[in-house]
Design a protein around this ligand. Structure first.
Ligand code: SF4
Length: 245
């Protein structure tokens, strides 16, 4: 059955994260996967989704510039949840990137570096899916303020699911502590948001949570999460799975 995206978008806004995730698996089956960079939000999402679907498929963008703590966390996740995390790599190794674009591209043109190492690998991955699940929240950045829980991702041409759209950072941490979810130890060392080593620093007291990302540049996003817009899509179910009537 085909349904109207606008209707499902509105309905889903009253659903809990579990209801959104359950609806997503029931609707897209094998053709939906979870994307995470292994920040605390992604860990909460991965834990919650794995309870609803033990066969959950997870992928991450491995820029080859991640912190050793992040690589260790990925290993722990694979062991704890019994999954194999798919790593998405750039077509260029760091050495090839340096030969083609010069030394330390991230320090001169981080948008191009993110495009090469994050956005294009993701674009190739998403081309094979009907939907992707992310842990983005409205209160993270101004550009994420309009995120819907279920929406069309016009940049990558598939449905984007954001079950934590209306959660706060405090709610995420409450879930992680309550459920003993593993998380990156850098979060306990003033790294509230963690990306590549070259572009992430600890934040100082009073700074915004994302002030440590691309510090010194106006950049706040790597280009994966842009505002969604309209269109038609494949939807096969309109009611939330397990929703209370
Ligand atoms: S976060 Fe920095 S190092 Fe990582 S891909 Fe983007 S610009 Fe390159």
């Amino acid at each position: 059955m085909k349904a109207d995206l606008e209707r499902i978008k509105i309905l889903a806004e009253s659903w809990s994260p579990e209801q959104v995730i359950a609806w997503t698996f029931a609707t897209y089956g094998e053709n939906v996967e979870l994307a995470t960079g292994f920040g605390v939000e992604g860990m909460a999402l991965l834990d919650m989704a794995s309870r609803l679907n033990p066969d959950l498929k997870v992928f991450t963008g491995d820029t080859e510039f991640l912190f050793s703590e992040t690589y260790d966390l990925i290993d722990r996740v694979e062991e704890k949840y019994g999954i194999k995390v798919e790593r998405l790599y750039s077509d260029l190794t760091p050495e090839e990137q340096e030969r083609s674009y010069g030394k330390a591209l991230w320090a001169r043109d981080p948008d191009q570096c993110c495009n090469l190492r994050k956005v294009e690998p993701l674009r190739r991955k998403l081309a094979a899916l009907d939907a992707w699940i992310t842990a983005v929240r409205r209160d993270q950045t101004a550009s994420r303020a309009a995120i819907r829980k279920i929406d069309w991702d016009a940049k990558f041409n598939l449905v984007k699911i954001s079950p934590f759209a209306d959660w706060t950072r405090e709610m995420i941490w409450n879930y992680v502590i309550k459920n003993d979810v593993p998380y990156n130890p850098l979060h306990d060392r003033n790294y509230p948001s963690i990306g590549c080593t070259h572009c992430t620093r600890a934040v100082q007291p009073g700074e915004d949570h994302r002030a440590g990302r691309w510090s010194g540049f106006g950049k706040t996003e790597c280009g994966l999460h842009t505002a969604a817009s309209q269109p038609a899509l494949r939807l096969v179910q309109l009611e939330p799975v397990g929703a209370e009537k």
